[in-house]
Design a binder for this molecule. Sequence first.
Ligand SMILES: [Zn+2]
Ligand SMILES: [Zn+2]
Length: 311
Amino acid sequence: MAPYQILLYYLYTPLDDPAAYVGEHTVLCERLGLRGRVLVAAEGINGTVSGTVEATEEYMRAVHADERTAAVEFKIDPAEGHAFPRLAVKRREEVVALGLGRRDFSPLETTGEYLEPREWRAMIGRDDVVLLDARNDYEWALGRFEGAVLPGVENFRELPGWVERNRRRLEGKKILTYCTGGIRCEKFSGYLRREGFPDVYQLHGGIVSYGKDEATRGEKFEGKCYVFDERLAVDVNRTGGRSVVAECLHCGTRSDRYVNCAWAACNARHFCCEGCERRSRRYCGRACAEAAVVSLAADGSDGFSWGTPAQ
Ligand SMILES: [Zn+2]
Ligand SMILES: [Zn+2]
């Protein structure tokens, strides 16, 4: 059995005094030696933490013993060690920000209908359905449901604008939305309903729960699921199927190897196959390769070691 666990969870629940909750929760997490990120707002809580099995089990008992958060559903992954460099428990205005401003609402008032993994699998093949990935482009680039519509957005706040521009693709369809752990869809599916789409559904517990479900075993998901911890990627589909859908930035062959651009000022994470890593010297593009040499030259070094001629 792995000695550590990674927990992922959220709950929309009214918290009267979020600042006080942050204080108490920080004490709890520090006492248990947990690391990760917990966002606390008046509307609820959204967290992902890592710790030893013993510490994470005690944490889950503590969260469930608090009547405000007794309904939290934890997704649990075994791990060999911590998945985060540090702990951050933070106060936020919203646990998930769709950037609606004055049009903002609570998913407790309006949200899409939940589909459990088995119901989801039965629905996604239908003709009258649009399968809509509610995540960012760098997430679905690593893996997604077969046949999903993939909005080219870098941030969740850009999704309402995308919906505006793509209304006609969505009208008259059953809209099925999914995200990593389910929290973004609580909001996004509610937003779609408020925008006048009557038939909106969400994958309950997101891709992570779907991958753990014993009946569906992640079927129809291709590639891997992007996660916001040091693992970056987790497996979903245990029935076979395409395990890599990501493409090398340089040559377009299938590769889900993440590398960071060798120019420190860029550092952009990108997919890069082994061959292209050698040829590109791990720069994400010509501009970065040239900029790196120029900036090193400004430091008094030109980025190459020329060797010293023998005397
Ligand atoms: Zn390549
Ligand atoms: Zn770069």
